[in-house]
Design a protein around this ligand. Structure first.
Ligand code: AMP
Length: 424
């Protein structure tokens, strides 16, 4: 039986990986302009890290983690998100004793046992950033502005930015009780999931996607009305910065995010055009997370963008020529007789050392077939290597665009090739 990629995973073949590289480059360059530096963490971590950080009652921890026991009986989990690992690394390496704030970005695969559909996979990729060590609302605003800038540079300007404040642990606890009191008499109308979780985690009901749940709780008390003075001030400062910076947003009372660690600012970015899974990214502030994971009491704020969903959107753009990012072949060395193969290899090496993308045939094609192959590869110049050339010490260069042929001395080869390549 043929072995296929596991359900919810897929291959990124070379034609597609050019698109990935395009998106990744924009994200990386933009993050670096904003002063973020890359961190790479392991793909798997101790299970406890996610239980403690993401939260034991969240969907991710209760249903979606790829957890396994290794040969030494440790419980390990393929990372379902990136923040927990950043926090662990931040503590483990004592990064907090250096200059603050610490600004990191990451990019890599994440794993969740989700029901696969368009825009939702079991192995997916996130680009994310984290800022540690600042409780200023300006840090929240900067993170949101970086997200907005990435969307703009990707030409995905029809995004919707939703923001809310989920308060600090004090105002949130008071609010949760208020919400439970409100929901309890309505609970029969909720979906099964919400019936089970509303008393433990009432905020989840607010962002449940089931229509009946949303109808049942209509008119619910908003968290905004329960925010303490400090949280309200923080939220209003974030909104002020966004307004001054012309970043448009929608205040969204339903936005609470699916991870337990958020405090104060929470936000999500949606692209309405990409289907049911329209959230392309989200994030927020997490004041207690570093301490919860065994570190000092240092706040953080960050976001994660889902690469697959961004790709879906970028592919619909008509003014971005993704083929431009394919790495093709510039020069093809056509060998007219097998005995000149060693010379061909030497030229190939010489051109590649001069940063010219060069290729030759490796499957014994005839001279004619080599020209056809060169054309298929998109080569713009063919170097013809036959008896006359070798005996007289020159090369024939064929410009594949206009069919012109010139003869050049071997010492002028690179120079002449570059001249043709630069003209186009
Ligand atoms: P979250 O960590 O759940 O806030 O997710 C942040 C972003 O990652 C989402 O907005 C999605 O774009 C993306 N994402 C989350 N889960 C998946 C998944 N199973 N498949 C593809 N993308 C995902």
């Amino acid at each position: 039986m043929q072995i296929k990629a596991p359900r919810g995973t897929y291959d990124i073949l070379p034609n597609d990986s050019a698109k990935w590289q395009y998106i990744e480059k924009i994200m990386k360059d933009t993050a670096e302009i904003y002063g973020y530096r890359e961190i790479r963490t392991p793909i798997f971590e101790h299970t406890e890290l996610f239980e403690r950080s993401v939260g034991e009652s969240t969907d991710i921890v209760t249903k979606e983690m790829y957890t396994f026991v290794d040969k030494a009986r440790r419980s390990l989990t393929l990372r379902p998100e990136g923040t927990a690992s950043c926090v662990r690394a931040f503590i483990e390496h004592g990064v907090y004793s250096g200059l603050m704030p610490v600004k990191w970005y990451y990019n890599g695969p994440m794993f969740r046992y989700d029901r696969p559909q368009t825009g939702r996979y079991r192995q997916f990729h996130q680009f994310g950033v984290e800022v540690f060590g600042s409780s200023s609302p300006y840090a929240d605003a900067e993170v949101i502005m970086l997200l907005a800038e990435i969307m703009t540079r990707l030409k995905l300007t029809d995004y919707e930015l939703h923001i809310n404040s989920v308060g600090c642990s004090l105002c949130r606890n008071a609010y949760q009780q208020k919400l439970i009191d409100y929901i309890t008499p309505l609970r029969a109308a909720l979906c099964r999931d919400c019936q089970l979780r509303y008393s433990k985690n009432p905020l989840r009901v607010l962002d449940c996607k089931t229509k009946s749940c949303q109808e049942a709780i209509e008119g619910f008390p908003t968290i905004y009305d329960s925010l303490c003075a400090e949280c309200r001030e923080h939220y209003s400062a974030v909104r002020d910065v966004l307004e001054h910076s012309n970043v448009s947003y929608i205040h969204d009372d339903n936005l609470v995010r699916g991870l337990d660690y958020y405090t104060n600012t929470a936000f999500e970015v949606h692209l309405p055009g990409i289907g049911a899974q329209s959230a392309v990214g989200g994030g927020g502030r997490y004041s207690g997370l570093v301490a919860e994971c065994g570190g000092p009491d240092i706040p953080g704020v960050g976001f994660a963008l889902g690469m697959e969903r961004l790709l879906l959107a970028v592919e619909t753009l008509t003014d971005v020529d993704l083929n431009r990012f394919q790495s093709g072949v510039d020069v093809f060395i056509a060998v007219m007789d097998d005995k000149y193969e060693p010379q061909a290899v030497r030229i190939l090496h010489q051109l590649r050392q001069a940063d010219i993308k060069a290729e030759k045939d490796y499957v014994g094609r005839s001279a004619r077939a080599q020209m056809k192959y060169a054309d298929k590869l998109g080569a713009r110049v063919v170097v013809l290597l036959g008896e006359e050339e070798v005996l007289k010490g020159f090369f024939t260069l064929r410009n594949m665009q206009n069919g012109e042929q010139v003869q050049v001395k071997s010492q002028d080869l690179v120079h002449n090739i570059n001249r043709i390549l630069l003209v186009d």
